[in-house]
Design a protein around this ligand. Sequence first.
Ligand SMILES: Cc1ncc(COP(=O)(O)O)c(C=O)c1O
Length: 309
Amino acid sequence: MIYPSMLELVGNTPVIEISKFFGFPGVHVYMKMETFNPGGSHKIRAAMNMILDAEKQGILSPNEWQTILEPTGGNTGLGIAIVAACRGYKVKLVIPDNYSPDKQKKLKLFGVEIVLSDSNRGGNSHGELAMEIQLENYDYVMLNQGQNPANPDIHRQTTAQEILRDFRDVSIDYFVGGIGTGGHITGIGEVLKQEYPKAQIVGVQPRGCDLLANKFVLHQIQGLAVGIIPKVLNLEIIDRMIDVTYEESLAMMLAATRQEALLVGLSSGANLAAVSKIVEELRGKQLDRPIHILTMAYDSVFDYLNLLE
Ligand SMILES: Cc1ncc(COP(=O)(O)O)c(C=O)c1O
């Protein structure tokens, strides 16, 4: 297949059935492998849509080398860097100083400028610092993924539609997803709720956080619970939250690599830990039909090698 640019390769990611990993007959578990996107994460979908949307609104113009400024854990940044390389923009990213150094190295490959925020100042330290930088540089364009409707929109328009296409003959009982900006759980959750009204949309959060009560603690699961309830998150579609620890997430990340060769990252490990809690609950019940659980793989284990040292 010949494509005009990397951007045409975004989306249409595969789904792997990983029921064997949980070993409970009657419960089918699937993981949508967003790691197959350019840049290796689901966040390029939002990055691309936010940039294309800003172009439609006349805020950004391709090949005029305007500076895009964004607070990010790294994955949105990588997505923005890829789209910016293809469409002619400069990129400045604000990243918490305790986030993956491997992602920062990747970003530097694109010539992206990185500013580190002090993670001790809270989960939204990068958002706050980006705001300060924006105020001093009025010509920078901040896409603001936590508030930008183009973020959840792309998941309604693409990710969710891919899921409906792949699960034509199967009714999804649970969708399990972590919440950073809330972009993907909102877009996917809304569409799944329409298609499968009984489906439970389950959010995953680091233990100690209580997103629904707007309570956050410092934690180590990058990408999740970013210290504020983001504007794009539709709280109404969330049926319940499951708490997971860093240790559970790390153990699942490793087990997923060793047993299924999934090669997924820490927040994907958190999703798997949450799924295993649902499977344990189901084990105690008499099931009169097969149960189908879908979760997401967000990024790669290779971004977290420093955690294994
Ligand atoms: C590694 C990782 N996992 C999960 C998420 C959460 O995705 P969303 O922003 O769609 O809630 C992010 C978001 O940046 C992420 O980088």
